[in-house]
Design a protein around this ligand. Sequence first.
Ligand code: BYC
Length: 316
Amino acid sequence: MTNEVINDPKMEAFEARIARGEKIEPGDWMPEAYRKQLIRMISQHAHSEYIGMLPEGKWIPHAPSLRRKMILIAKVQDEAGHGQYLYHAAETLGATREEMMDAFLTGKAKYSSIFNYPSDSWSDVAIIGWLVDGAAIKNQLMLAQCSYGPYSRAMVRICAEETFHHKQGKEMVLKYAAGTPKQREMVQDSLNRYWWPSVMMLGPHDSDSPNTPQLVRWGIKTKTNDEVRQEFIAETAPELLEAGLTIPDPDLHQDETSGEWIHGPIDWDEFWQVVRGNGPCNKERLAARAKAHADGAWVREALNGYSQKKSAAIIN
Ligand code: BYC
């Protein structure tokens, strides 16, 4: 326990508010560690949305029909919007957009491991929608209950949109799984490549998760990584099997007594390699975002110039 916690009336009042289920709002007193944890998590989450546009965005020009193209454009646009809500939520804690972008583009800040895997076929778009958005929703429904008001409210809005993303992915996977042998083979290949990264994206096991105890204590997380992972597997695995697909985990089974889904060992070496910047696409993804940021410099300059001119006009 930190010194901040011991015999501090402000801390006691703060923790009592959390225990009563009250939301903490931007102007309220909060421990420095609470503020830092939130900035870390919310900015990582924002970066994930922002970089998460890339694997699916790549497929917009190759969508097999106008309907699929319109759905995918809307989804990718939504991810950009989610990034905006989240950067704003982090700004309410005193982080500036420039600091967050700098940490992201220089590789100091983390973002979700899942977006460092390639999207090699059209059915990856389908599997990302079902699995990646499905895992993200499980995590975000938990975060919608979080103790910090702006993050919790952003999550409510994001979850509504993610539900649409999840459904469109599932609809495609089910269609291809019941389609031609070629479609079936394509979607099975996507599942083979995306199952484990999706299971991993919910974070290390609780025993190896240094942040979880403090986050749970302060109501930032309301469930642990393993609890969320179990929910994701319990919901998704039976539906994939029902669709006739094979999950690439020979040990996966449902315990007859508890009903719990038991998965095989997770390759945490792979996970940490990806988190540390050595995944299949880390360099390519960051380079693409850095280019987009540089290409957008003129827009930021124009906006700054406009707002300065407007302020000058108001003062005069
Ligand atoms: N990838 O103590 P732990 C989306 C890091 S995007 C990389 O368990 P915590 C979407 C962790 O940061 C959805 N790093 O951490 C968008 C920590 O390092 P630091 C993204 C990971 O915070 C487009 C260290 O490992 N969602 O929906 O208690 C298209 C130890 O971990 C990962 C969010 O960002 C990972 N997967 O729990 C489609 C949700 N996992 O920071 C979809 C917000 C762990 O101490 N974040 N690490 O140096 C969270 O809920 C939590 O931060 C996590 C990790 C559950 C991810």
